[in-house]
Design a protein around this ligand. Sequence first.
Ligand SMILES: Cc1cc2nc3c(=O)[nH]c(=O)nc-3n(C[C@H](O)[C@H](O)[C@H](O)COP(=O)(O)O)c2cc1C
Length: 178
Amino acid sequence: MKKQLFGSKVLQCGPPTSVVLATCVDGDGNPNIITLGMFMYISSNPPLVCIGVAEPRYSHKLILEQGEFAINTPTVEIVEEMHKCGITSGRDGDKFKKTGLTPIPAQKIKSPLIKECYGHLECKVWSHYECGDHTLIVGEVVASSINENVLDEKDNQVLTKANPVIQKNWSYHIVKKI
Ligand SMILES: Cc1cc2nc3c(=O)[nH]c(=O)nc-3n(C[C@H](O)[C@H](O)[C@H](O)COP(=O)(O)O)c2cc1C
């Protein structure tokens, strides 16, 4: 027997999502981190990714003003820090300092990468669209990097080595190979 859901509950009928940490900077180069469940790949050639960021988020202003962001993929080892970045605002202080996460320089953008994350996509904003209560921001990947120990011999990512986090309703789960 299937149950019909309505209103905002319709999204409970969809799949879980990955969780990423997007980094960005203000005009003086001060960094910020935002936890995002709304992330997807949208084009391989050119490489484009999408994020959904609500207008009230401090990161929304920084990403659109500076025209760039980085996607950092967290592992289960930093799930507490990841959650903290999703319940505090960069308007109230530096999340790198609050969480102890380590900023490292990116190759092609001003936004730092997060050392404790295993993979990084450096993005320049390609376009953005108002979509209901979030803004869909499309980023072109201009540089990328990943921890070597999560790759196989063909440079493909091995999820059981990488230990990414998936979530539904901010309840976090690990990936298991079937
Ligand atoms: C697991 C999780 C997923 C989240 N996903 C999103 C998202 O996709 N888009 C969004 O705008 N906010 C999302 N948030 C909320 C923001 O991370 C949160 O509002 C954060 O405090 C904003 O930080 P900022 O004001 O420094 O930008 C999520 C939070 C959590 C904990």
